[in-house]
Design a protein around this ligand. Structure first.
Ligand SMILES: Cc1cc2nc3c(=O)[nH]c(=O)nc-3n(C[C@H](O)[C@H](O)[C@H](O)COP(=O)(O)OP(=O)(O)OC[C@H]3O[C@@H](n4cnc5c(N)ncnc54)[C@H](O)[C@@H]3O)c2cc1C
Length: 443
């Protein structure tokens, strides 16, 4: 089968423009984070970022993640992945391109699973950047195993009544609506058909945002700032029955929809991690050529050369694995098939990409010594943020389980092993008996 990840020169020109734009216009905003967090800072930030967003729109690169029939640009996963690699360099870049999590994933979810009315009411404003959203699934008592989620939605006439306790609902405290995963099935319903996603406007009575949970990534985060991870108590929250994603057909489809939402999102995550890894790698190489110690620059130490070679190889492998997964998803999409046929590839990049990110930043910190540990460089915050990549969207172990299970389907047990040499020798002696008899007679 022929396969390649080639993109046309016109698209490469767009990527080249994006590289310069992110480097020159967006990355400089990072160093002024304290200004943006001060009173009135968000308004100031908007006065700087709005013209940047307008420029992105003018270039036709705004919210590029959806197919054209749903308001996007039809780039497909390979091209989107290449774009996310550039955007991943800086935390501010995705929102300036209308492509930030969780809004982009939620828009994709509504695109594939929402009713026409839901797409008009919720997805279209999301794409235009007029609304912000949250995906509220994880609970203090259940995360990696979603069949244990206990938040319930009971039908009462024309309404759902939602009760439960969630946390790590990213961006909930700045959102306009939440997509809540809740149990709608009764005790007899199979767990995989028991959950639905329900759209809940954030200001609905009974939605109690307890706090944004401070994290290793942002220990000084204040509730209500963008990028927080909210703890929420849903207390008799009433929303119209039609708010279940997909309408009546969406009841019990929560897990199936979650898979559709998370597949492309993992490509985007993995490519954004590569953007971060590359930034750390560039710092690593620059320091190797600059710092003199113990008789030479660090670049001449073999252990440092080992880090550079290992980091390069790991990043290159992650990049090829991710682009190949993206390419496969594009082919499946073209053939009208479900992304689940790429679940091995998607699972691999989730845990492999997160590990590479972590490894490369770790080496970049190490080569900078005490400087690497300070807040004078972005490495320490990149490192703290990178740690979460091994947990969100499913921890490493869960993806490894998926990958291993799928791979094992191609095997069967055998005792003795298929490669058992005495058994193979006996079979070969039987297979070639005529020749062997002739040899022994001649001998
Ligand atoms: C920065 C960040 C942002 C997030 N954003 C969101 C969001 O917007 N919305 C949302 O709903 N959730 C969000 N989450 C939650 C995230 O999806 C969960 O943390 C994740 O699914 C794991 O669930 P858990 O934390 O409850 O871990 P648990 O389910 O308690 O698992 C704990 C550990 O057990 C191990 N483990 C689990 N299963 C297995 C297994 N089968 N085999 C071996 N080991 C296993 C793993 O090491 C795992 O890390 C976010 C998390 C983080 C860190």
């Amino acid at each position: 089968m022929a396969w390649d990840f080639e993109t046309e020169p016109e698209f490469e020109e767009k990527l080249e423009w994006m590289r310069g734009f992110v480097r020159d216009e967006i990355i400089p905003l990072e160093t002024l984070a304290d200004v943006w967090r001060a009173p009135g800072g968000r308004e100031k930030f908007a006065t700087v970022t709005q013209p940047l967003k307008d420029e992105v729109r003018r270039r036709g690169l705004w919210a590029a993640h959806l197919p054209p029939d749903m308001g996007g640009l039809g780039f497909g996963q390979v091209k989107l992945g290449l774009m996310h690699e550039i955007l991943g360099q800086c935390g501010y870049a995705p929102s300036i391109f209308g492509n930030n999590a969780p809004d982009s994933g939620n828009a994709e979810l509504l695109a594939v699973g929402g009713t026409p009315e839901q797409r008009e009411t919720w997805m279209q404003p999301l794409l235009e950047g007029r609304l912000r959203s949250c995906f509220s699934m994880t609970e203090p008592g259940a995360g990696a195993d979603p069949t244990l989620l206990s938040t319930s939605a009971m039908r009462d006439g024309d309404e759902w009544v939602i009760n439960g306790h969630k946390w790590f609902s990213s961006n909930a405290s700045v959102s306009d609506f939440l997509i809540v995963m809740a149990r709608t099935g009764d005790a007899d319903t199979s767990a995989y058909k028991a959950y639905s996603m329900i759209i809940v406007p954030t200001r609905t009575p009974g939605v109690n945002i307890v706090r944004d949970v401070p994290t290793m990534g942002e220990p000084d985060h204040r509730t209500g700032e963008p990028g927080g991870h909210a703890e929420i108590v849903y207390d008799n929250v009433r929303v119209p029955f039609g708010n279940v994603v997909g309408g009546a057909d969406g009841i019990g489809q929560g897990f199936a929809l979650a898979q559709k939402r998370l597949g492309p999102g993992r490509i985007h995550h993995a490519m954004r991690w590569l953007g971060q890894s590359r930034r750390a790698f560039d710092m690593l190489c620059e320091r190797a050529l600059t710092r003199y110690t113990h008789g030479s620059i660090l670049a001449e130490k073999q252990m440092v050369q080992d880090w550079i070679a290992e980091s390069y190889a790991e990043m290159q492998a992650a990049r090829l694995l991710t682009l190949q997964a993206a390419w496969k998803m594009d082919k499946l999409h073209e053939a009208g098939k479900h992304y689940s046929d790429a679940r091995v590839e998607i699972g691999v990049i989730k845990f492999w990409g997160a590990k590479v990110l972590y490894n490369v930043i770790d080496r970049a910190i190490q080569i900078h010594g005490s400087l690497g540990y300070t807040t004078d460089l972005p490495l320490e915050s990149m490192y703290r943020a990178a740690r979460a990549a091994r947990i969100y969207d499913g921890p490493d172990e869960v993806h490894k389980v998926t990958v291993a299970r799928q791979i094992l389907k191609g095997y069967r047990p055998s005792d003795p092993p298929l490669e058992h040499i005495p058994t193979r020798r006996a079979a070969a002696e039987q297979k070639f008996a005529d020749v062997l008899d002739a040899v022994s007679i001649n001998g």
